[in-house]
Write a protein that binds this ligand. Structure first.
Ligand code: HEC
Length: 200
C-alpha cells in the first residue's frame, strides 16, 4: 500500500474521531432521541403493488392461514374444475328465456330463500343471525366470474354445501329445477329491485 494512501486513511480516521467528539458535546446532545430519528419503516417499501396487494400475500392467505370461508370456496371451485358436476347436472342448460317475467319470478324466490344469508343485493350481508362460518358467498360478484355457468350454479344450489361443511342449504327438494333456473336468471340480471314485495 502506498504511503499516500495510508496517510489519507489516517486523516479520515482523525476526522471521524473529531466528528464523534463534536457529537458528544452538550450543544449537539439536544438532538432528538434515536427512536425519533429512525426513518419510519414504510419508507423502505416501494409503494402499492397492484399485482401482489397486501391482502393477497401468501403469508396472509397461504395454506394453514386462509380463513375458513376462503378455503371452502376454493374447495368448491377446485372440485368443480377438477371433477365437474354429478351426472344429474352434467351439461344442464337453463330452458328459461331471460326477460322481465323470469327476472321477477326469480326475484321473489331469491327474496324468500336466499336473501336472509346472501343479502338482498347478493353482497353476503344477510341477517345477523345467519352470520355463518364459512360466510355466505358474495353472489353479486361470483355470478360474473367465468365459473358461473349453468351446470355449476345448478349443482351448487341443488346440492348445497354439506359436502364442503358449509351452511349453504341444498334446494334440490325445496325448489323445482325451474325455480332454481329463475333464481339464476335473477342473479344474472344483477339483483334488480323488481317484483320484490317480500324484499326487505
Ligand atoms: C343458511 C344460509 C344460506 C342460504 C339460505 C343460502 N345460501 Fe348460498 N351459500 C351459503 C354459504 C355459507 C355459502 C358458501 C359456502 C359454500 O360455497 O358452500 C353459499 C354458497 C353459495 C353458492 C356458491 C358460490 C360460489 O362461490 O361458488 C351459490 C351459487 C349460492 N350459495 C346460491 C344460493 C342461492 C341461489 C340461494 C337461495 C335459493 C342460497 N344460496 C341460499 C349460505 C346460504
Amino acid at each position: 500500500m502506498s504511503c499516500r494512501a495510508t496517510r489519507g486513511r489516517r486523516t479520515l480516521v482523525a476526522l471521524m474521531a473529531a466528528a464523534a467528539a463534536a457529537l458528544g458535546t452538550p450543544a449537539v446532545a439536544q438532538t432528538p432521541p434515536p427512536a425519533q430519528q429512525t426513518p419510519p419503516a414504510q419508507q423502505s417499501r416501494p409503494g402499492p403493488d397492484y399485482w401482489q396487494p397486501d391482502w393477497m400475500v401468501r403469508e396472509l392467505w397461504g395454506p394453514g392461514r386462509m380463513p375458513k370461508g376462503m378455503m371452502t370456496r376454493l374447495l368448491r371451485h377446485t372440485t368443480y374444475m377438477n371433477y365437474g358436476v354429478p351426472t344429474d347436472y352434467d351439461g344442464a342448460r337453463s330452458p328459461l328465456a331471460p326477460g322481465p317475467e323470469t327476472t321477477a319470478r326469480g326475484a321473489r324466490i331469491y327474496a324468500t330463500q336466499c336473501a336472509s344469508c346472501h343479502g338482498k343485493d347478493g353482497l353476503g350481508d344477510g341477517d345477523a343471525e345467519n352470520a355463518v362460518s364459512p360466510s355466505p358467498a358474495l353472489l353479486a360478484f361470483m355470478i360474473r366470474r367465468p365459473i358461473s355457468i349453468d351446470e355449476y350454479l345448478l349443482w351448487s344450489i341443488s346440492d348445497g354445501g354439506a359436502q364442503f361443511q358449509s351452511a349453504m342449504p341444498a334446494f334440490r327438494d325445496k325448489l323445482s329445477r325451474d325455480e332454481i333456473w329463475a333464481v339464476i336468471a335473477y342473479m344474472r340480471a344483477g339483483f334488480p329491485q323488481v317484483g320484490t314485495d317480500e324484499k326487505k
